[in-house]
Design a protein around this ligand. Structure first.
Ligand code: DOR
Ligand code: ZN
Length: 426
């Protein structure tokens, strides 16, 4: 039996609120004890003095690109980058080739993960066949095969009747529906947020209301169907207000924000630099401030990266032509610490919750996101204060499309423990 003893760390468990210096004893794949002065014979020792020891971080929004786009990322390389960012679990979005709209693909992702991933991979199935927005995907059989949610991420479900049916099915199978909220008629192929900056740069704008309209529609459909519903990468003040109201009315609604939408506004873009191009786009300063307020007020349930690797050859085109998306696994913790904790907006425990218990609750992962006896031995060990500079060329993932290259940060992961094994160490 493999044993790991993590000594003298600041153990933080958002479920119980416990925050104290303690030891954690792990045997095989489970946490056996959390307590003072623990000893174990023949255990691997990890000295966590001065470090935070948290439940394993969960990133519920990652594009691993396998199958089909292995030139951009694979389950193996994406999982290594996840471990390097302190994540012990990631959810794999279904916009692969083929799309994960069927149990065969779900099982393929899980089999590849079992062979090559260093972190847990939870597949998200598509809402519609080929994510084309017309016919429902094989929701029940994907759930049986291991899908933890459904989403057509990258594409919104434009047809409201289809979305209503999807929610009704998802409710029967007790799966959350995750929507990429964007009214394509309103966004109309815009390349950045519509506002003064888009006018100044002469780029086509995508207005904030393209998101708000879809969030509002989805929330009305949740009222009708009772489905568990989650808005991906919320980026506007108005969307967040709608979600807050829906929650106040008791609807089963949750949402995530990305580190890049928390840290950057449209005015921060280096003009025409494609490393600032993603969907939804970087919004106005007011929107960015509203997202941090929403986190502080408890409206936001999770931080998720929307890690979207694209090869340099594709990103290095004119702004209008290049694909949307930025990588984010290895900078997520540092960006979140900077914007939310070091700025004094939220306590460290709340940040830990956003990376752990928050996503675990949304996804129904009962043995993860918590740190007590009997839980899965997934642990994230980090230093909230170490100063470092991000060099994207040293990234463990295949792509290099980050807007944070060269940024100085305070706080970084130190070790990542998955199923009782140290899979990455700084
Ligand atoms: O910027 C994005 N990139 N947004 C999405 O919704 C999809 C993602 C991708 O797959 O590249
Ligand atoms: Zn998306």
């Amino acid at each position: 039996m493999a044993k790991l003893l993590i000594k003298n760390g600041r153990v933080m468990d958002p479920e119980t609120g416990h925050d104290q210096v303690a030891d954690i004893l792990i045997r095989d794949r489970y946490v056996v004890r959390v307590g003072q002065n623990l000893h174990a014979i023949a255990a691997t020792l990890f000295d966590a003095t001065g470090l935070v020891v948290a439940p394993g971080f969960i990133d519920m929004h990652v594009h691993l690109r396998e199958p089909g786009f292995e030139h951009a990322e694979t389950i193996e390389t994406g999982s290594r980058a996840a471990a390097g960012g302190g994540f012990t679990s990631v959810c794999a979005m279904p916009n692969t080739q083929p799309v994960n709209d069927d149990a065969t693909v779900t099982r393929y992702v899980l089999e590849r993960a079992a062979r090559s991933a260093v972190v847990n991979v939870f597949p998200i199935g598509a809402i519609t066949k080929n994510s084309a927005g017309q016919e429902l995907a094989a929701i029940g059989s994907m759930k049986n095969a291991g899908a933890v949610a459904i989403s057509d991420d990258g594409k919104p479900v434009m047809n409201s009747r289809v979305m209503r049916r999807a929610m009704e099915f998802a409710r029967v199978f007790d799966l959350p529906v995750i929507d990429h909220c964007e009214d394509l008629e309103l966004s109309a192929g815009g390349d950045m947020h519509e506002g003064l900056e888009s006018t100044r740069l002469g780029l086509k704008g995508s207005p904030g209301c393209a998101e708000d309209v879809m969030v509002a529609r989805d929330l009305l459909l949740v009222e009708v169907t009772g489905a568990r519903y989650h808005t991906a990468h919320v980026s506007t003040r108005r969307s967040l207000e709608l979600i807050r109201e829906a929650k106040a009315r008791g609807l089963p609604v949750s949402c995530e924000v990305t580190p890049h939408h928390l840290a950057l506004a449209d005015a921060d873009m280096i003009p025409y630099d494609s490393h600032y191009k993603m969907r939804p786009p970087l919004r106005s300063r007011q929107d960015v401030a509203a997202l941090a307020d929403g986190v502080a007020a408890g409206v936001v349930d999770a931080i998720a990266t929307d890690h979207a690797p694209h090869p340099g050859s594709e990103k290095m085109q004119e702004f209008e032509r290049c694909p949307h998306g930025v990588i984010g696994l290895e900078t997520a913790l540092a960006v979140a610490l900077q914007v939310l904790v070091h700025s004094g907006r939220i306590p460290l425990m709340r940040l830990v919750e956003l990376f752990t218990l928050g996503p675990a609750r949304i996804l129904g992962l009962a043995s993860r996101g918590r740190l007590s006896a009997g839980m899965a031995a997934d642990v994230t060990i980090f230093d909230p204060d170490v100063e470092w500079t991000y060099d994207v060329n040293r990234s463990l993932c295949k792509a290099r499309n980050s807007p944070f290259d060269g940024r100085k940060f305070r706080g970084a992961p130190v070790a990542t423990v998955v199923g009782g094994r140290i899979v990455w160490q700084r």
